[in-house]
Design a protein around this ligand. Structure first.
Ligand SMILES: C[S@@+](CC[C@H](N)C(=O)[O-])C[C@H]1O[C@@H](n2cnc3c(N)ncnc32)[C@H](O)[C@@H]1O
Length: 376
């Protein structure tokens, strides 16, 4: 198999960022839909996208797509696909599913039918009369039906791509690594500029900034379900890993600081950075956000402060936003990017944002308030 159709799934609102990451890896002809980015590529894109996509949730392989209204149709059309080209004799292939606005709405039934159709196809093509052992590598199948169109995919990532492997500790409201990377990508920070997260918590934003700053592939220290798939081949994976090693720029100096009011979080962030292999590349400090006194100009603040959603916290958080606005106003050359669900943020902070962008932090509707600094 030389070419595949890949789907990089994305959280709502992050599709265009994932699409530009896909294009940056050299893949053209990218289609963007709700929650996904679809593109054609050769098989080497499977390891490359898994290793490099910073803001995508998963990399999936499109096996087939068809209209479906009955269970018989689902069975026959699923069975007609080339499952044997992807799943070997011993492959383990659980089926997960979802159905939205479709005639076939019973997800457990759809999953069972897909499973049965794939079993039959594999037995027939691999020449096996008995039970399939399913003792080998994982090939997770997904059946997703939307408005009577079924999409069948294989998950090439395994654990979601946000699981970089470095977050050994976390606080109460950690940001997903994929969203943290997207927040940085939405700024025009360059690695030679100062970067500060004054609400660093477990350190996700500064760690992702350091990975971006030194061009380190975010998936370099983890495993993927497709690592041992025979039709991709160990050589293709090795080549992608070598490429990641070659492209990493460990000599790039960085000026990244993460601070938090809570010294326990600062310790956790430090440990996570060490786990990420970033050692002392990021400066960590225990500090109040409004004690902001940078020595350099033209820096970037990127932060995910508390939102004050819990009863009793709101007034305190709002006062903190006011103080933050005053503290940052003294440094007009700095750009500030703040993610919060507080709809009154601009008034509290004391300035209208240059730009705003709606983003979901998990299920919480937030805005990303962007204040562009005046370069000096
Ligand atoms: C939503 S969490 C940040 C989570 C972080 N992005 C992560 O991925 O772990 C907000 C953080 O702000 C810190 N914080 C609250 N008030 C603060 C203040 N006035 N100054 C600095 N940090 C503060 C909290 O201790 C908490 O760790």
């Amino acid at each position: 198999m030389k070419n595949v159709t890949l789907i990089a799934t994305a959280a709502m609102g992050l599709e265009s960022i994932v699409a530009s990451e896909v294009r940056d890896l050299g893949y053209e002809d990218v289609t963007v839909e709700n929650g996904k980015v679809i593109f054609q590529a050769d098989v080497s894109a499977i390891p490359r996208c898994n290793l490099w996509l910073r803001s995508a949730d998963r990399v999936k392989i499109l096996v087939g797509q068809f209209e479906v209204k009955t269970f018989d149709e689902l069975f026959e059309k699923t069975k007609a696909l080339d499952w044997h080209a992807y799943i070997p004799e011993d492959g383990e292939f659980p089926v997960i599913g979802k159905s939205v606005k479709s005639t076939l709405y019973s997800v457990p039934d759809c999953q069972a039918i897909v499973k049965k159709a794939v079993v039959e196809k594999l037995k027939q093509k691999h020449g096996i009369a008995s039970w399939l052992e399913e003792s080998g590598d994982l090939y997770r199948i997904e059946i997703a039906i939307l408005k009577d169109v079924a999409t069948l995919t294989l998950d090439a990532s395994g654990a979601g791509l946000h699981k970089r492997g470095y977050r050994i500790g976390q606080g109460e409201a950690p940001l997903k690594e994929t969203l943290a990377a997207a927040l940085i990508k939405l700024t025009n920070w360059q690695p030679d500029r100062p970067f500060v997260d004054p609400f660093c918590g477990s350190g996700t934003i500064p760690i992702e900034a350091a990975l971006i700053g030194q061009n380190i592939a975010p998936g370099f220290n983890r495993e993927f379900s497709s690592e041992n798939w025979p039709w991709i081949g160990a050589k293709v994976w090795e080549k992608a890993l070598e490429e990641a090693e070659d492209l990493a720029n460990y000599d790039q100096p960085l000026d990244i600081t993460g601070s938090d009011i809570d010294h326990k979080m600062v310790e956790i962030a430090k440990d996570n950075a060490i786990e990420a292999g970033l050692g002392d590349l990021v400066t960590w400090k225990q500090m109040q956000a409004n004690d902001f006194h940078p020595k350099k100009d033209n820096g970037y603040v990127v932060g995910n402060p508390p939102y004050g959603e819990r009863i009793g916290d709101k007034a305190q958080v709002e006062q903190m936003y006011r103080d933050l606005g005053k503290a940052l106003a003294d440094y007009p050359s700095w750009s500030a990017y703040i993610l919060t669900s507080n709809e009154n943020f601009e008034t509290l902070f004391g300035r209208k944002a240059t730009k705003k962008r709606k983003l979901f932090n998990g299920f919480i509707k937030t805005d990303y308030y962007q204040y562009f600094g005046r370069r000096i």
